[in-house]
Design a protein around this ligand. Structure first.
Ligand code: SF4
Ligand code: SF4
Length: 245
């Protein structure tokens, strides 16, 4: 299920002046620990070793001068599902990132911020009180969640419910309409709604981040999350990852 990823990569290489002689997708362990348990180290290693042999066979073929284009069905499916992928891009960028928080296990070490590939985490607060703050530039790749040495990064279903409410109730456009008495066109309502969602999500997250300085609030958030029960995904050889549970 690589979707458009393989051919998109080929297209980017083409733009950079490379000639593509083959495309192939490989299965990798899923890292989406906001939604499910990470796999055990044994399973992760097994999947990666399968992928490595597949890559070696493919590379040998290409180096011998052959061409091989796999994943056409996956590409067609990926194109059909493109609207969902685009929606995910918007959601991931503007919503999912704002569900992350550091639980009471966080020691403020800053590993998450240092290894984030997008520099999307800002450490806030003084010395021992330092805590990560997730910015809009986060892509929800889950690297920080999986690599935190203290397994302190969680996803908050509480915030998800609040954001869902914010995103589905057109209260800002309704209020403007009521206060001014103007009829607002549907397209404008959508735009106002979208902008107001972004601003409200930003503010709610900022306020909850400030409140999480209080141990009681942190404990409530930490207890009310499903991800505290989830094993994290850790790629073999990552130096700061905890060993398998
Ligand atoms: S890596 Fe974990 S413990 Fe360290 S600052 Fe980030 S959330 Fe806190
Ligand atoms: S989920 Fe990925 S992009 Fe977002 S803050 Fe964590 S490491 Fe960075």
């Amino acid at each position: 299920m690589e979707g458009t990823a393989g051919y998109l990569t080929a297209f980017l290489l083409l733009l950079k002046g490379y000639k593509t002689r083959g495309v192939m997708g490989i299965d990798m362990p899923s890292n989406w620990t906001a939604l499910h348990w990470g796999l055990s180290i044994e399973n992760v290693e097994h999947i990666i070793s399968q992928a490595e042999s597949k890559v070696k066979r493919f590379a040998t073929l290409i180096l011998q001068g052959d061409t091989k284009f796999n994943g056409i069905i996956s590409l067609v499916l990926g194109l059909m599902l493109a609207p969902i992928s685009l929606m995910y891009l918007v959601l991931a960028q503007f919503m999912l990132a704002k569900l992350f928080f550091a639980s009471d296990k966080c020691v403020g070490c800053g590993v998450c911020a240092r290894y984030c590939p997008k520099q999307a985490i800002r450490m806030t607060g003084e010395d021992k009180e330092k805590r990560p703050y997730w910015r809009y530039s986060c892509d929800s790749c889950m690297a920080c969640m999986n690599y935190c040495p203290h397994e302190a990064i969680e996803v908050s279903p509480l915030l998800a419910v609040v954001f869902y409410y914010i995103a589905t109730v057109p209260f800002i456009s309704y209020l403007i309409s009521n206060w001014t008495g103007y009829y607002i066109e549907k397209n404008w309502i959508d735009l106002i709604q979208y902008i107001s969602i972004l601003i409200t999500v930003y503010l709610v997250y900022l306020i909850s981040h400030q409140f999480m300085r209080f141990p009681l609030v942190r404990t409530i958030f930490s207890k009310l999350t499903h991800t505290r029960y989830f094993r994290r995904y850790q790629a073999p050889g990552v130096p700061f990852a905890k060993s398998d549970k």
